[in-house]
Design a protein around this ligand. Structure first.
Ligand code: NI
Ligand code: MN
Length: 224
């Protein structure tokens, strides 16, 4: 599995010859190094529908016919706009050609681009090639992360930006619960309000837990 960081909370995941995008927010993302037109994933996974996650989903899906995997409410909205999706909900898993996706809880809110209610936000676990990747979505720290960490996680993508999600101190506690091999911090330094020192977070995690922190700049890759 090769992860490419799109900036903010977005990733492209290459699994063999299959490509999956997660929360592809590029247009209007001040730190993005790629344009939406450069992505051609077969699937788009969404944690929730806030603009900084939903991002370029519509334009990418219309151009590439990508299937959007998201919550029931978000997929219903996309269906009204002529975009095909696969609706899932928290606690559910489904095996796609690229791997198995499980939707997990997230403590946050959720709304659609038109401002309407979008149901519960989520995180997700993607299992492929014998490895498990956890994207926490936008969330507060919560104790049930210990359950998500019960099955070994190769990598956890955790927000550290604070203000809208957990900040570095709570993300450190999340690492203690999740016990991933590798942590990649996300959802910080995109905007002034979520400015954080990723190297300080890395130092704290690596001195206080057994996990390793990989700090990615937008456009950089990590292979697991
Ligand atoms: Ni959000
Ligand atoms: Mn967000």
């Amino acid at each position: 599995m090769k992860l490419t960081f799109l900036g903010h909370a977005g990733f492209v995941v290459d699994i063999g010859d299959q490509q999956v995008a997660i929360d592809p927010f590029l247009t209007g993302n001040p730190v993005a190094t790629q344009r939406a037109e450069e992505l051609s994933p077969a699937y788009i996974l969404l944690t929730h529908a806030h603009g900084d996650h939903y991002g370029d989903t519509e334009s990418i899906a219309k151009r590439t016919s990508a299937t959007v995997i998201a919550s029931f409410e978000v997929v219903s909205y996309l269906g009204q706009r002529g975009i095909s999706g696969h609706a899932m909900n928290i606690g559910g898993s489904f095996t796609f050609p690229f791997g198995k996706v499980t939707y997990t809880p997230a403590w946050h809110s959720n709304s659609l681009p038109d401002g309407s209610y979008a149901g519960m936000p989520s995180g997700l676990v993607l299992a492929a090639e014998g490895k498990r990747l956890y994207h926490a979505g936008d969330t507060a720290l919560f104790g049930d992360m210990a359950l998500i960490g019960k099955k070994a996680l190769a990598v956890a993508l955790l927000p550290i930006g604070d203000n809208y999600t957990m900040g570095p101190e709570d993300a450190l506690e999340a690492v203690r619960l999740l016990r991933p091999q590798v942590v990649i911090p996300i959802h910080y330094n995109t905007f002034e309000l979520i400015r954080q020192d990723a190297q300080a977070f890395k130092a704290a995690v690596e001195t206080q837990t057994d996990s390793r922190v990989v700090v990615l700049k937008p456009g950089e890759h990590f292979t697991l």
